[in-house]
Design a binder for this molecule. Structure first.
Ligand code: KG4
Ligand code: ZN
Length: 342
């Protein structure tokens, strides 16, 4: 007998990407992402501009996702949307659109926690995809979060440690800003670092708890270092950009790898995943692959398109919730602050 096809539409609008995706029985049929370039010139996301851009993008992005999936909206089984965490104005656009569509089609509405979704993107079914067994640990690294999470079940998660100040994505973006690079600077640091020498400049690692992170001291150290060097030699950044980027990236990735090692040691769990925008970073991906050989871990590195914000991760989480009958009430509201465990 044929398995019934369950089609889930996912909608993501928590920050500055408007995205919609359709998943059928765990497989991605479409994943459309509209980036908002408007923020680059401001050096960061401007909340009011983000929510306005979501309003402009949401209808065409959802239409494209449904068209590319080659289905009709009447075939959808449920609508999953990002409830939080994120920018309130941005979240409201996706939340109200998802509610109206679910109401119009008379199908279930499913709320999704954005941070859980980054982790659960590992359950998207694809050819050659490695799906983590329970329990596994996941380093969730994005523009707003830096956490080590132990996952014992799809919806049972425990935060083992997190940042006490900035998120690692912020560390990348703020360092890039100091160097005069546009927002988001993380991918640019990664790009220049690939041609630079990581051992040229040395930055010290913060002294915090075994599973805690801190990046604000590093950012200040980089700022003072650059200010001093530029004063001595105005072309310092231009002439050393690749080595500076490689050195900053090396320090940040060393910090992340140290913490994963500590988490593996403390938990005895050797199935290790990464998730979130910073998991797109080429160095962390490389280092994690090497860890398989060196330390015998089994590592789970998301496909590039499921690292930064995307709706496929929202749709897969919606699918897993749908299978468990976790539907939402129409009275549900967006939540700017939401823990990964909520
Ligand atoms: O998960 P995400 O798309 O949005 C949030 O939920 O925050 O993460 C965005 C963050 C930004 O800080 C961006 O600079 C960083 O991910 N990022 C990277 C790379 N690609 C994206 N950081 C370092 N290297 C990259 N290749
Ligand atoms: Zn994210």
């Amino acid at each position: 007998m044929n398995q019934k096809s369950i089609y889930i539409l996912g909608i993501e609008s928590s920050c500055d990407d408007t995205s919609a995706a359709v998943i059928c029985n765990g497989k991605v049929l479409s994943n459309v992402v509209a980036n908002q370039e408007i923020h680059a010139t401001y050096g960061g996301v401007v909340p009011e501009l983000a929510s306005r851009a979501h309003q402009q993008n949401i209808v065409p992005v959802v239409q494209q996702a449904i068209a590319r999936a080659n289905i009709k909206k009447e075939q959808l089984s449920a609508i999953a949307f990002t409830r939080g965490p994120g920018l309130m104005g941005s979240l409201l656009v996706g939340t109200s659109f998802a509610k109206s569509l679910a109401l119009g089609l008379n199908i279930p509405l499913i709320d999704v926690n954005h941070m859980q979704a980054h982790i659960l993107a590992h359950f998207i079914e694809e050819e050659n995809a490695k799906i983590p067994p329970f329990p596994f640990i996941c380093l969730t690294i994005s523009g707003g979060h830096t956490q080590i999470v132990k996952i014992t079940n799809h919806f049972e998660m425990e935060v083992l440690g997190e940042t006490i100040d900035d998120a690692v994505g912020e560390a990348f973006d703020k360092s890039a800003k100091i160097l005069g690079l546009p927002y988001p600077g993380g991918p640019l640091i990664d790009k220049y670092a690939q041609e630079g020498n990581p051992k040229v400049f040395k930055f010290s690692k913060p002294k915090v708890g075994d599973l805690e992170f801190s990046f604000s001291g590093l950012k200040t150290a980089i700022l003072y270092f650059i200010q001093k060097k530029v004063k001595e030699h105005p072309d310092f950044i231009k002439e050393n950009l690749k080595d500076i980027c490689a050195s900053i990236q090396y320090t940040i990735i060393e910090i992340l790898m140290d913490k994963i090692k500590n988490a593996v040691k403390q938990t005895g769990v050797t199935h290790v995943a990464i998730a979130g925008g910073v998991s797109a970073n080429s160095e962390i991906r490389k280092r994690l692959q090497l860890a398989e050989k060196h330390w015998g871990w089994t590592t789970y590195i998301p496909k590039f398109e499921y690292t930064t914000d995307n709706a496929a991760m929202i749709a897969i989480t919606g699918y897993l919730k749908y299978l468990n009958n976790h539907h939402s009430n129409m009275a549900i509201t967006a939540q700017a602050r939401l823990k990964v465990t909520e």
